[in-house]
Ligand binder design. Structure first.
Ligand SMILES: *[C@@H]1O[C@H](CO)[C@@H](O)[C@H](O)[C@H]1NC(C)=O
Ligand SMILES: *[C@@H]1O[C@H](CO)[C@@H](O)[C@H](O)[C@H]1NC(C)=O
Ligand SMILES: *[C@@H]1O[C@H](CO)[C@@H](O)[C@H](O)[C@H]1NC(C)=O
Length: 502
């Protein structure tokens, strides 16, 4: 053979070997890393050329046997999975439900072993023997397993100390462990401090959820990484929510979990509300709904006495998370109680029960809520020049007709509008406004009284008439004659009242 052809031959052999990943006779050892709980593929491929040839010529004369060389030194190599000529599969007991090869492996030349899920004890050396035609080829794969463990185990809840530990099956001395959260190196702090290959998180918060990666460096300079997707069960929304509610309105105090409990495999969730009364926590109510992540407390009509501190306590498999919610009630106190007469001096004081201290106020005239056509004209005029006033107190030096209607007191905080309440101003003693309900009530009362009086008169008249038949008392007849015209007069009065009413 000439040197040139020898080089060509060697190159060809090398190419064929690279394509097939199988060294005829001698096994090429590969290393695969997998995380405990994840899946692993131990590669073993025949070159497409060989696979095609095998499938064309002897499709049913291919078999594969995967063996494991034992996790510890004493263990004999033992069978993991075998696919015979007939396609019959045999799987060894310990790994039976977790191992598979592609079906049919001979057609694609892919004899890779898939392990799902991987366990830390699966680490070790694996060997595949592929028998096709009359040839035998082997693949050797070293499986390394990394583990990330959480302690305490189970769902991770907000604010409960947590230890993330990282380990691998690599047999060398661990030199250094670095931690990365969402791709960024985590520096040591009061909240995160490393503890010999582990990371302690003192108070896990919602922002600590996400991808955590540990990077282990060993004395032989081997660097191994493992990632873990940390889910933290906590609450949605701000940490200490403050709810502003107008006195008399309905309110829902929020308590919403960051995940549906079922998504984290939690079956028992109890939510329990309490509130501070005289410095002590008093039970308020329990709500339980597993198909929901919201456990809000509904108050149908808040009063000034409802303002204060509330607490939502959620128990999740022996762990509890709490969220404090503050209820602040917004009220308006007028300086004049009852109906306000035109021209009077009126103060409207907007106040907060259980304030935070940073609130500011704004008064606004929204106009009249009356449906009367005359008034809606007045309303639109009012809206054109509607007045704003800062501060909790609105002063109207001389109440006039244009001030009737709804006044709104809005409460603002650093982040914007927090809540509002309304006050309806009604003015008495004016010509334009429709008669107040009290007035029509007086009319009805007057009419009833008149009718009752008439009835009494009739009864009296009948009684007197009867008596007059037995004894002669002409004077009494005269009395009846006197009362009858009064009755007519009253009926006329009544008609007059009804006319003014319409
Ligand atoms: C080979 O088979 C394994 C498992 O049976 C599979 O995960 C892998 O994707 C396959 N590889 C190719 C290149 O098809
Ligand atoms: C880490 O893994 C090795 C090998 O699997 C094991 O011997 C060792 O005890 C583990 N260490 C910890 C802290 O889990
Ligand atoms: C539980 O929550 C779901 C979803 O929010 C809701 O449809 C259902 O009515 C709730 N059940 C009870 C008993 O509150």
């Amino acid at each position: 053979m000439r040197p040139a052809s020898l080089v060509l031959f060697l190159t060809f052999t090398l190419l064929a070997f690279n394509a097939g990943h199988i060294l005829p006779g001698v096994a090429e050892k590969q290393k695969v890393w997998a995380r405990a709980g994840g899946s692993a593929v131990l590669p073993c491929h025949l070159s497409p050329r060989k696979a095609a040839k095998t499938w064309k010529q002897l499709p049913d004369k291919t078999s594969v046997q995967w063996k494991r060389h034992g996790g510890s030194a004493y263990q004999e190599p033992h069978m993991v999975l075998e696919v015979g000529y007939s396609g019959l599969r045999k799987t060894a007991l310990p790994m039976r439900p977790r191992v598979s090869v592609q079906d049919p492996a001979s057609r694609s030349g892919n004899f890779s072993l898939r392990i799902d899920p991987v366990r830390s004890e699966d680490a070790g050396l694996y060997e595949a023997r592929v028998t096709y035609n009359t040839e035998v080829q082997s693949c050797q794969v070293e499986l390394g397993v990394t583990t990330v463990t959480l302690s305490p185990p189970g769902p991770v809840v907000e604010n409960e100390p947590l230890l993330l530990s990282c380990n691998s099956s690599h047999r060398a001395r661990l030199v250094e462990t670095c931690w990365f959260h969402n791709g960024r190196l985590v520096p040591t702090s009061r909240n995160f401090f490393p503890l010999h290959g582990a990371l302690s998180i003192l108070r896990p918060a919602m922002r600590d959820a996400g991808s955590w990666r540990c990077q282990l460096r060993y004395s032989d300079n081997e660097i191994i990484s493992a990632t873990y997707n940390l889910q933290i069960l906590g609450f949605d929304g701000p940490t200490n929510p403050v709810v502003y509610a107008a006195s008399g309105s309905a309110v829902d105090l929020p308590c919403t979990l960051s995940y549906f409990p079922s998504a984290l495999g939690i079956n028992v969730v109890t939510a329990h509300w309490s509130r501070t009364v005289g410095g002590h926590w008093q039970d308020w109510g329990i709500s339980q709904n597993l198909s929901s992540r919201s456990f809000h407390l509904h108050l149908p009509a808040v009063g000034p006495g409802d303002a204060g501190q509330y607490r939502c306590t959620i128990s999740v498999s022996s762990k509890t998370i709490i969220r404090d919610v503050t209820l602040t009630v917004v009220t308006v106190t007028p300086s004049i109680q009852g109906p306000v007469s035109e021209g009077s001096h009126l103060l409207l004081i907007c106040s907060l029960i259980h304030p935070q201290g940073y609130e500011s106020f704004q008064w606004k005239h929204l106009g009249s809520a009356s449906t009367s056509s005359k008034l809606s004209v007045a309303t639109s005029r009012n809206l054109e020049g509607h007045r704003h006033q800062m501060g909790p107190t609105l002063e109207i030096p001389q109440v006039s007709q244009k001030d009737t209607g709804t006044w709104e007191c809005s409460v603002y905080g650093p982040e914007g509008r927090l809540g509002a309440t309304e006050y309806g101003l009604q003015i008495t003693g004016s010509q334009v406004s429709s008669p107040p309900t009290i007035f029509s009530g007086q009319v009805t009362f007057g009419l009833t009284l008149t009718l009752f009086f008439l009835l009494m008169v009739c009864v009296l008249a009948l009684a007197l008439q009867k008596r007059a038949r037995y004894s002669a008392f002409p004077a009494l007849e005269g009395m009846i004659a006197v009362t009858v015209p009064r009755k007519k007069e009253m009926e006329e009065n009544q008609k007059k009242i009804q006319q003014t009413e319409c």
